[in-house]
Design a protein around this ligand. Structure first.
Ligand code: C2E
Ligand code: CA
Ligand code: CA
Ligand code: CA
Length: 279
């Protein structure tokens, strides 16, 4: 693209122009999606080795009248680039807290936690901790039942500031899970310095666990590491009974994946909990 003066950009490659146009259209629609209430949260159960549900992970969905359901893998990066992840992330936290308040109202679901994914841009806001605490306070949700899923990439930019935030969250009782563990800038320094409650083994390691001895070695090591350090370990992307059996055999105690349930909309989650909470 060549600049031709103020606000005028001339594209010479029609393919590039098309990509830019598609992106601009998607971006405009994404901006309207919040106002039009096109986002919804799905919840995927997390279970222990007896099959009892111990919590859920909130996963955002975008239902656009024209596009149908757009995958978060597609729109979360765009929402990050445009800053839209900030109001969207706030909405996700508010919804998650509302679910927690609902859980707290019934004895059978009182102990369940809700895990929420936090994006890098969101976490790097100076007022992230203050805003989160305000959301918790306004909702009346119990901070110890909220679990934030952080990725290693979100911690790298300014490690000292990141550690301060994580410690502040922990002091207010919020639980912390390190998501996609092993795929990022994995540094054992994070494990040493962060008051984490949980490591989440990335699904890419779980996928070929039965057929790839390297994946098995990595998963084994993460479980040993977590167990030795007193940090919980959860395996994500568990799809088969064989994967589950192997994971149980090597000491994993918490699981999430299609084998148990796909992410479910609110109503279906409640039906699922009716059947599985007291398993
Ligand atoms: P993630 O946090 O690693 O979430 C796990 C993804 O794996 C989810 O995809 C989930 O539906 C999928 N999954 C769960 N069990 C299985 C399984 O057994 N097999 C396979 N193949 N996949 C499984 P989803 O919902 O499409 O989300 C994709 C990513 O988008 C998430 O990855 C997360 O990084 C991001 N995301 C989703 N919701 C939010 C959100 O509210 N805020 C932010 N910042 N990111 C979000
Ligand atoms: Ca996650
Ligand atoms: Ca993951
Ligand atoms: Ca991921």
């Amino acid at each position: 693209a060549k600049k031709m003066g103020r606000n005028t950009v001339c594209f010479f490659d029609p393919a590039i122009q098309e990509v830019a146009l598609l992106r601009a259209t998607l971006e405009a629609e994404l901006r309207q999606a919040l106002v039009r209430a096109e986002f919804s949260l799905y919840y995927q159960p997390q279970v222990n080795s007896s099959g009892a549900v111990i919590g859920v992970e909130a996963l955002v969905r975008w239902q656009n009248p024209q596009r149908g359901t757009v995958s978060p893998a597609e729109f979360i990066p765009l929402a990050e680039d445009t800053g839209l992840i900030l109001p969207l992330g706030r909405w996700v936290l508010e919804e998650a807290c509302a679910l927690l308040v609902g859980f707290a109202a019934a004895p059978a679901t009182r102990e369940l936690h809700v895990a929420v994914n936090v994006s890098a841009l969101q976490f790097r806001q100076t007022n992230f901790v203050a805003e989160l605490l305000a959301i918790l306070e306004n909702s009346g949700a119990n901070p110890t039942r909220l679990k934030l899923e952080l990725t290693e990439s979100l911690l790298v930019e300014d490690i000292e500031v990141a550690i301060e935030k994580v410690i502040a969250l922990k002091q207010h009782g919020v639980a912390l899970s390190l998501d996609d563990f092993g795929t990022g800038y994995s540094s054992l320094m994070y494990l040493k310095r962060l008051p984490l409650d949980q490591l989440k083994i990335d699904q890419s390691f779980v996928q070929n666990l039965l057929h790839d001895s390297r994946d098995l070695a990595i998963v084994n090591t993460i479980i040993t590491l977590g167990t030795t350090m007193g940090v919980g370990v959860i395996a994500e992307g568990v799809e088969t009974a064989a994967q589950l059996d192997l994971l149980i055999n090597i000491g994993c105690t918490l699981f999430q994946g299609y084998y148990f349930s796909r992410p479910l909309p609110d109503q279906q989650l409640h039906e699922y909990l009716q059947r599985h909470v007291l398993a």
